[in-house]
Design a protein around this ligand. Structure first.
Ligand code: AOF
Ligand code: ZN
Length: 361
């Protein structure tokens, strides 16, 4: 008898399938499915866009009659509801799948365990939780939208070893701020942009850097939707980021006709929680916060930053801007990250961690 690849390996394949949808499926989750019979992959599928078929459907189509008696590896609980497509749980039952391995339950109130239940009731063996940590990370945006109505917010910054994200500009020529980190870190940031629904910056960053916030140097890459937080609409409509589709977040009474004429969508909100809820309504599931320190500090203090990705360059700068501006607090009140990772990226070091748990149900 031949040895079959273990469940973990097959779930990894399903997770790799799911990754193809990252940044493209909102408000739906990226989901991957692999069908395996006698140790052989007979079908693969991914959910690639809201409104299109679910991952299981593509995998079942590819497998055809070979789905009979197969094991399905799915990164999210197969759905049990009639949405834009019929229930995947029913499709798996009808195809004669013998066993289903699920990474994580679906928090959507229309599903929430009922998909797994349907499979069990049909006599299918169900295994739950294989590869769950990775699946939750892939689905953080969807899970945040479904359970909290706002995006999963990741603060990304690059700083020197002495904790500075930018130099001060002694003579005001605006040439003081070259890149902090190297090519590998830059490539990673582009990969993140490709996988994120939207990318946020404050007014200060637009003014000093005039960033494009596009995904560059990545084959098949797509641009995240830019979101500019600018309460009083003081950024110039001529800024490179002010293009059709960009979101401008302002106070309720701010008038920005020239931005609107440039095709910018204006979101008006009194508070940051309200602003994020409105971004959620625009299907922003994942929001990558790329500066600056004022906006990041305000979101952090409001409890709205969920994850941190810090790129640390082994250089010393001296006077400069810190990734956060406020408030002053004693060390025992420092906010500790959990699920921390360290990864060398060329000459730099990537440190990531979570401030909040990714919502499970
Ligand atoms: C699955 N497999 O690949 C995905 C699922 O609007 P619909 O019909 O596409 O339904 C969206 C909901 O379906 C979404 O909120 C989530 O509960 C589930 N997503 N389920 O079985 C998939 N993408
Ligand atoms: Zn489905």
């Amino acid at each position: 008898m031949t040895e079959h690849p273990p469940d973990a390996e097959m779930m990894n394949r399903a997770l790799r399938e799911a990754a193809r949808g990252l940044g493209r499926t909102s408000p739906n989750p990226p989901v991957g499915c692999v069908l395996v019979r006698n140790g052989e992959v007979v079908g693969r599928g991914a959910h690639l866009r809201a409104g299109e078929p679910h991952a299981e459907v593509f995998a079942l189509r590819e497998a055809g009659v070979r789905a009979w008696g197969a094991t399905a590896y799915v990164t999210l609980e197969p759905c049990s509801h009639f949405g834009r497509t019929p229930p995947c749980a029913d499709a798996l039952v009808a195809a004669g799948v013998a066993r289903v391995v699920i990474a994580a339950l679906d928090p959507d109130p229309r599903v929430r365990g009922q998909g797994a239940q349907r499979l069990s009731q049909a006599g299918i063996a169900v295994t739950l939780g294989m590869g769950e940590p990775e699946a939750l990370r892939q689905q953080a945006g969807f899970r945040s939208l479904v359970t909290r109505g706002r995006p999963w917010v990741t603060y990304k910054y690059a700083m020197t070893l002495d904790g500075k994200v930018a130099a001060l500009d002694p003579d005001g020529r605006g040439e003081a701020n070259g890149a902090v980190t190297g090519a590998e870190a830059r490539a990673r940031v582009m990969a993140w942009r490709n996988e994120t629904d939207a990318i946020a910056v404050g007014r200060g960053t637009v003014q000093t850097d005039d960033p494009r916030l596009t995904t560059r140097g990545l084959e098949g890459g797509r641009d995240p939707r830019p979101v500019v937080f600018d309460r009083h609409g003081r950024t110039t409509p001529a800024a490179r980021v002010m293009r059709p589709g960009t979101v401008l977040v302002t106070a309720p009474d701010t008038r920005v006709p020239r931005h609107e004429a440039a095709g910018v969508e204006v979101v008006r909100a009194d508070t940051l929680p309200e602003a994020l809820t409105k971004l959620g309504q625009l299907k922003v599931g994942t929001l990558l916060l790329e500066g600056g320190p004022t906006l990041a500090s305000a979101l952090l203090e409001a409890g709205l930053v969920d994850e941190v990705r810090a790129l640390v360059a082994p250089k010393l700068l001296g006077a400069g801007l810190s990734p956060l501006t406020a408030p002053v607090r004693p060390m025992p009140l420092a906010q500790a990250l959990h699920d921390v990772t360290f990864e060398p990226l060329g000459p730099d070091l990537l440190i990531t961690g979570l401030l909040h748990k990714i919502p499970r149900l």
